[in-house]
Design a protein around this ligand. Structure first.
Ligand code: NAP
Length: 330
């Protein structure tokens, strides 16, 4: 059946500029790290993309290695795009990345010019698109000179294969150095992608948020729900259809410890008092932080996406709430 996007799709979503750039991202973006590989159900993938787009989520985040197998999420997304969403391509921001292991030998990992350029060419083929909107270097690489990686990103933009550049998992100091190089090259570096949540405070410690604000770059936050731990999913045991059970590569059974359950129950109480679900509160907590452009969620069901976009209805916190959340999450 032909998909026709909801006419009211832009009515309730907020859009924020990536720093000082002209590019706006939705408050909630959809990531395809899980549930879009060849082990997942294609109909469900379609429904999740449609639900997202119908609700104003214009930004779809991928990487070369998303699957399993690596590459299959791009292939499946490309199929959805070409079968159903092609006429909306100019309303969408599609991002992909390279920086983690992708193929064997010395040229399929890290940050060399050789790897990044070849990898993006492969990604474009898998998605069957001419360009991506944002191309990220996926992680810092101390063995490749920073200028080599940045020159490669710049060439990628200038060759028309990506419109903007992003950096992922960089710390504040390295991002600032990269930003200086890219500014000299007049390369549109607009966004940082880092993990941040009530349970993972790394960006408060590694200087990335401060540097993003100073450099006037955007911040998109991944795993804001700690892969599902900051939802009601595991409060009564480990469901068979949860990430822990269906995948288990990155979120392991031992994460659902007695200590975790106690914290999650207490956080859930705060959420209820705020009139939110735990997932919504966890997302609005991240979204309320200075410099945050978009929260990048994953989902296994369309209903989760619908619930999560409701986070924008209450993104202010009292000082007491913030202190209590800090105390619980220690
Ligand atoms: N740059 C990087 O290095 C990097 C690394 C990781 C991720 N990312 C990006 O960030 C995206 C999001 O990461 P993530 O998937 O870890 O994010 P997340 O939003 O923290 O976790 C998503 C998972 O939480 C569960 N969930 C979501 N909403 C829920 C709700 N309302 N109620 C109950 N459970 C809910 C689902 O798991 P169930 O399967 O249990 O339902 C879902 O798959 C990725 O897809 C990817 O695009 C980037």
């Amino acid at each position: 059946m032909k998909y026709v996007a909801d006419e009211k799709r832009y009515d309730s979503m907020q859009y924020n500029k990536c720093g000082e750039s002209g590019l706006k991202l939705p408050a909630v973006s959809l990531g395809l790290w899980h549930n879009f590989g060849d082990n997942a159900d294609y109909e469900n993938m379609c429904k999740m993309c449609f639900t997202a787009f119908d609700n104003g989520i214009t930004h779809f985040d991928l990487a070369n290695n998303y699957g399993p197998e690596a590459g299959s999420a791009e292939r499946n997304f490309g199929k959805i795009l070409n079968e159903h969403l092609k006429s909306y391509r100019d309303e969408m921001v599609i991002s992909t990345k390279a920086g983690y292991y992708m193929w064997q030998g010395p040229y399929g990992d890290f940050g060399s010019r050789k790897y990044l350029i070849a990898s993006l060419d492969q990604s474009l083929k898998r998605m069957n698109v001419d360009y991506v909107d944002i191309f990220y270097h996926h992680r810092m690489d101390k063995d490749t000179p920073l200028y080599e990686t940045m020159w490669a990103l710049d060439q990628i933009v200038k060759s028309g294969k990506a419109l903007y550049v992003g950096l992922s998992n960089y710390d504040g100091k390295t991002m600032k150095e990269a930003s200086d190089i890219l500014r000299e090259l007049r390369c549109p570096f607009v966004i940082n992608q880092n993990r941040y949540s009530i349970f993972d405070r790394t960006p408060e410690q590694n200087g990335i948020i401060d540097a993003a604000v100073t450099e006037k770059k955007g911040m998109i936050i991944f795993s804001p729900l700690a892969q599902g731990l900051l939802t009601e999913r595991y409060l009564k045991g480990i469901p068979d259809d949860s990430r822990v059970k269906t995948d288990g590569r990155f979120l392991k059974e031992n994460s659902v410890s007695a200590d975790y359950i106690e914290k999650a129950i207490r956080l859930n109480e705060i959420a209820k008092e705020r009139g939110q679900t735990l997932a919504q509160m966890a997302l609005s907590w991240v979204y309320a932080k200075e410099g945050v452009t978009s929260v990048l969620i994953g989902a296994s069901k369309p209903q989760q996406i619908k619930e999560n976009i409701g986070m924008a209805n209450n993104s202010t916190f009292t000082k007491e709430e913030l202190e209590l959340i800090d105390e619980i999450s220690k």
